[in-house]
Design a protein. Structure first.
Ligand SMILES: *Cc1c(COP(=O)(O)O)cnc(C)c1O
Length: 220
């Protein structure tokens, strides 16, 4: 029953405007079902194949979020059901999502991933590139994708000041992009270790895994 307790505790702390994405990557469907039974309907996965398999096995009223880096050649596998793609970082990827969404007569919601961490390993666009993309003619021609917000990951560090600064950068970027695109509404930031800081900095969507499902074992 730990999963249900964890969910209850986290939900009790969340302001109404913050959406919880339960990050279930590497976890078995039985764990996801426990969260589902407790009322959770939004799940985040970082591998398309794994998300496709879980989507097939689980109830159909779940919203599936792709939170990981997306390879263009795999977009087709999730295009018929994915509800939000968090980590879009190029026009090329957006064009592919648009193409696959069109085949299913859908509009797929996407977030632009902004690089806010100082670490090199993180994906994402610069705020300037995001602005260029969102105001470009190329983008305006894509009728089957909608950019509904931004996503970012802070540096993995104990330095809370640094994390706060990075989240603040994402909020500022969002505010700036919103002046040109009024349909933005999502700031996806905050994970198990830093979601309180993220909420304080203006997050509207947190992606929490280990605090709900326990730590992950990548060897299986
Ligand atoms: C794994 C993952 C999370 C959740 O991480 P936890 O620390 O387990 O909460 C959030 N966002 C992304 C992009 C992830 O890959």
């Amino acid at each position: 029953m730990h999963i249900q307790d964890n969910l209850k505790n986290i939900n009790a702390q969340l302001p109404n405007h913050v959406t919880l994405v339960a990050v279930s990557k590497t976890k078995p469907v039985s764990d996801l079902m426990e969260a589902y039974t407790a009322g959770q309907r939004i799940f985040g996965e970082n591998k398309i194949q794994e998300m496709v398999e879980k989507h097939e096995l689980m109830p159909k009223d779940i919203q599936w979020h792709m939170i990981g880096h997306v390879q263009r050649n795999k977009v087709k596998y999730m295009a018929d059901f994915v509800s939000l793609i968090h980590a879009v970082d190029s026009l090329k990827l957006l064009k592919e999502i648009n193409k696959q969404a069109k085949k299913h007569n859908r509009i797929i919601d996407c977030l632009l991933q902004i690089k806010i961490a100082k670490e090199d390993s993180k994906f994402g666009m610069s705020p300037l590139d995001a602005k260029e993309l969102i105001t470009s003619e190329d983008f305006s021609e894509l009728k089957n994708v909608s950019i509904t917000g931004v996503m970012g990951m802070a540096t993995y560090t104990n330095d809370t000041e640094q994390i706060k600064q990075e989240f603040k950068t994402l909020k500022t970027t969002y505010d700036d992009l919103k002046t040109t695109n009024h349909s933005l509404e999502v700031i996806s930031m905050g994970m198990s270790g830093d979601y309180q800081l993220a909420i304080d900095a203006g997050s509207t969507m947190i992606r929490v895994g280990s605090s709900i499902f326990g730590s992950r074992n990548y060897s299986n």
